[in-house]
Ligand binder design. Structure first.
Ligand SMILES: [Zn+2]
Ligand SMILES: [Zn+2]
Length: 170
């Protein structure tokens, strides 16, 4: 069972410059508010964290995991739980300028929960769907088109035909 970590003490690894370590941890990604709906992730998501102590000081980090997100499908409103894969990198080098200053690293302390939450949020597809080809709801009557693939309404009469009919009547 991997250790549950919210923030992680990188200094506790006691890595020498150039040394790296892979850690298996459990992280809580939290909930996500998308399109006015609440989407939930599992309580504990197993993650791989690669930590490298850089020769010039600071850390180079890579975070990898995959997780389901559960909530209503954004097209058909049925329960959806698609899986999203995350592969995120952060570098934090004291005095290394803005690009080398990770917002998730404060000295030797890594805010793993915030990083995992944000990285997951960025990796999510624009729409949470029950399946990639979800057909959604009928715009006319709201029927679920996944359940009724042949669902159709009679097409409204074409105004051009109406004109022709008028001509015939004359
Ligand atoms: Zn759907
Ligand atoms: Zn319909």
């Amino acid at each position: 069972m991997a250790a549950r970590a919210d923030s992680f003490d990188l200094g506790g690894l006691k890595l020498s410059p150039g040394e790296a370590r892979r850690l298996d941890l459990d992280v809580a990604l939290g909930d996500f508010d998308l399109s006015d709906e609440r989407y939930a992730t599992p309580e504990a998501v197993p993650v791989h964290l690669d930590v490298s102590r850089m020769v010039g000081g600071g850390y180079s980090l890579r975070l990898r995991f995959e997780s389901e997100i559960a909530g209503p499908c954004m097209r058909c409103l049925e329960p959806a739980s698609p899986t999203t894969v995350v592969d995120s990198r952060e570098v934090d080098q004291p005095g290394g300028g803005e690009e080398l200053n990770s917002p998730y690293v404060n000295g030797d302390e890594l805010d793993l929960t915030a990083w995992a939450h944000d990285a997951y949020s960025l990796a999510l597809p624009p729409q949470v769907l029950c399946r990639p080809d979800c057909r959604g709801l009928c715009p006319e009557c709201g029927a679920n088109l996944n359940a009724e693939p042949d669902h159709a309404h009679e097409a409204p009469p074409d105004p051009r035909w109406a004109k022709l009919r008028e001509i015939k009547l004359e």
